[in-house]
Write a protein that binds this ligand. Structure first.
Ligand SMILES: Nc1ncnc2c1ncn2[C@@H]1O[C@H](COP(=O)(O)OP(=O)(O)O)[C@@H](O)[C@H]1O
Ligand SMILES: [Mg+2]
Length: 364
């Protein structure tokens, strides 16, 4: 048995043992001051496996924040139900909601720290509100400060911290009540790429150490690629695509997802080629082919074998090998002769090797 067959499908796991489950959830913001009503969520079905990291990606206004806010009861569904650990969030009263929110931490794009409180006191706040004994607060906050790497900033105020350090405080604060679920609303969107990577690495470590289930929303596929196990794509309040991250990267089913995916996989064509690409072969001399692999199969030996056995020239336009959804993922774009029988033979042989090939178009 190889690594591929041993891989557990996070979506199948989610169905079996969900930490969070959406059952036909809709949310309508009613019309106000002459503005029309907005269907922010439209019959959303979604399950997130215990202990996994799930990403929700969509453009601005797609309904991402609303989706997150119905999980901790900040918004109530207009229809359908959200379950956290099999508890129907919409059915909770005030006390039930407060108890639920202690089990759900949240981090934000703009950190939402209290400027008049030190790092220690910001992290301690949820524990003070929960009436936790002082000695327990001290031990737990010190441990969290250690975990997020801010031991030398304990007494500093937010204004004295970098963006990345502020988000580390945000993460520690969200973990203070030892939640089962951590919600992240664009937590890295205000950070530079380098800091984003370090915060994502921290979230992954927190997930591994504490087993906390993480749901993060983002408009950046890079974020999904770095740490998520499963991903759902949301557009106009609807989940238009969902699956294990490696599969959505390998076989994006919608144009929206393809755009997100090609922004990070090197699947984007060189501009000069893209401008000349035509949908029909016509008189064109070359077909442009994208080859995707997600398992152990490497493309290089296959390409040279193809080139030799069919006696054709294969030119590599772009290519990248990555790890996505904890599996190897490669994406390579090549040109081959445009003759229909050649294209057929090449795609057939590639498929026979367990890889995917897609004809993107033709160039003269
Ligand atoms: N409190 C609200 N009242 C009315 N409309 C809202 C409210 N919150 C969000 N919306 C609308 O719902 C849609 C989804 O918003 P949101 O969930 O914030 O999307 P995203 O986080 O993906 O940008 C948008 O059209 C937004 O204008
Ligand atoms: Mg939002």
């Amino acid at each position: 048995m190889n690594a591929v067959t041993a891989f557990k499908d996070p979506v199948a796991l989610a169905a079996a043992d969900p930490a969070i489950r959406f059952a036909a959830v809709s949310k309508v913001y009613s019309a106000r001051n002459g503005d029309p009503a907005v269907a922010a969520l439209d019959k959303v079905n979604l399950s997130v496996a215990k202990g996994s990291i799930a990403g929700i990606i969509g453009r601005s206004g797609a309904g991402k924040s609303t989706l997150l806010r119905v999980i901790n009861g900040l918004e109530r569904p207009s229809a359908g139900q959200v379950f956290v650990d099999d508890v129907d969030v919409g059915a909770l009263d005030g006390a039930g909601l407060r108890a639920l929110r202690r089990r759900i931490g949240m981090i934000f794009q703009h950190f939402n720290l209290l400027s008049s409180r030190t790092v220690f006191d910001n992290i301690a706040l949820p524990l003070e509100l929960a009436g936790t004994p002082k000695a327990t607060i001290r031990t737990r906050v010190d441990n969290l400060i250690e975990l997020v790497g801010l031991a030398d900033k304990r007494g500093r105020y937010p204004a004295e911290l970098s963006g990345g350090q502020k988000q580390r405080v945000g993460i520690a604060r969200a973990l203070a009540t030892e939640p089962k679920v951590l919600l992240s609303d664009e937590a890295t969107s205000a950070l530079d790429p380098e800091t984003t990577r370090s915060i994502l690495a921290l979230l992954k470590r927190v997930n591994e150490i504490t087993g906390v289930t993480i749901v993060l929303i983002t408009h950046e596929m890079q974020v999904i690629k770095e740490i998520c196990d499963q991903v759902a794509v949301i557009e106009a309040g609807r989940i238009i695509e969902e699956g294990p991250v490696y599969r959505v990267f390998a076989e994006p089913a919608t144009a929206t997802t393809r755009t997100f995916v090609s922004s990070v996989t090197g699947g984007e064509l060189p501009r000069e080629i893209a401008a000349r690409l035509r949908p029909e072969a016509g008189e064109a001399r070359h077909a442009v082919l994208r080859i995707v692999f997600t398992g152990e199969n490497a493309t290089a030996p296959i390409l040279s074998r193809l080139s030799r056995s069919l006696d054709i020239d294969i030119n590599v336009l772009s290519g990248q090998v990555d790890e996505i959804g904890r599996r190897p993922f490669g994406n390579i774009t090549v040109t081959i002769p445009a003759a229909a029988e050649t294209v057929g033979a090449v795609t057939g042989l590639i498929a026979a090797h367990g890889l995917k090939a897609e004809v993107l178009g033709y160039v003269a």
